[in-house]
Design a protein around this ligand. Structure first.
Ligand SMILES: C[S@@+](CC[C@H](N)C(=O)[O-])C[C@H]1O[C@@H](n2cnc3c(N)ncnc32)[C@H](O)[C@@H]1O
Length: 207
């Protein structure tokens, strides 16, 4: 990480109130794809890592049994909690946890993350994905800044001084190393995409 967890938390605490007003079309397309591919049923518990103001968690709450959001920024999660309360959503909870230590030991059949894992460096992403695989979800849906071609720091979506996006190749290597099958790779932009990783023995993959 180019910033410590506490530094990232402080950065997001500062912008939490305005965060939802600053979304690009590519971010929205990416978030929509994450929601579409997560596709929980009423039996699924979803874990949303780097949940922020709950964009993904709250969008999935209507279909899922329960959604657990984890983040390092209390300011961002306060926004998520307040949106959940305003919408009368009662099956979501938000608490402190990192990618590598989500502080959640319960079941999660689906893990999602959107526009957050790029804060970790490649070695840390591997550790985080190993941790996700060890929790044994049926499906992991990762939307993020990721390089389909050559990195271009002049393009939007990431700031080289604080962010550390991976190549799609690195992410696919790690996901397959830990036992997932990558069943979809959606390119939203040359630097934004969604990967869907599933267990080879899950019903949908085998059918
Ligand atoms: C750009 S926001 C994305 C939020 C949300 N997923 C969305 O789609 O709008 C990135 C979030 O990642 C969180 N974050 C940064 N580093 C983290 C870490 N190591 N573990 C968990 N969350 C982290 C930040 O606090 C921030 O809320």
């Amino acid at each position: 990480m180019k910033r410590t967890v506490d530094e990232h938390a402080a950065r997001f605490d500062e912008v939490a109130g305005e965060y939802d007003d600053s979304k690009t079309p590519e971010y929205r397309a990416c978030a929509d794809l994450v929601v579409e591919h997560a596709a929980p049923s009423s039996d699924d518990v979803v874990l949303d890592l780097g949940t922020g103001t709950g964009a993904i968690a709250l969008a999935l709450a209507g279909e899922a049994k329960r959604v657990v959001g984890r983040d390092v920024s209390e300011g961002m999660m306060d926004e998520a909690r307040s949106k959940a309360a305003d919408a009368g959503i009662e099956n979501t909870s938000f608490g402190h946890g990192t990618f590598r230590d989500p502080a959640y030991e319960g079941p999660a059949s689906i893990v999602v993350s959107n526009f957050a894992m790029h804060h970790l460096n490649d070695a840390e992403k591997r550790e985080a994905i190993e941790r996700i695989a060890a929790s044994d979800p049926d499906r992991f849906v990762l939307g993020d800044v990721m390089f389909f071609g050559e990195p271009d720091p002049e393009e939007p979506f990431y700031a080289p001084e604080v962010d550390d996006p991976a190549t799609v190749g690195h992410l696919v290597d790690v996901l397959t190393d830990v036992g997932f099958v990558v069943t979809a790779a959606e390119r939203v932009h040359d630097q934004v995409g969604v990967l869907v990783a599933e267990r080879p023995w899950s019903d949908e993959t085998v059918a």
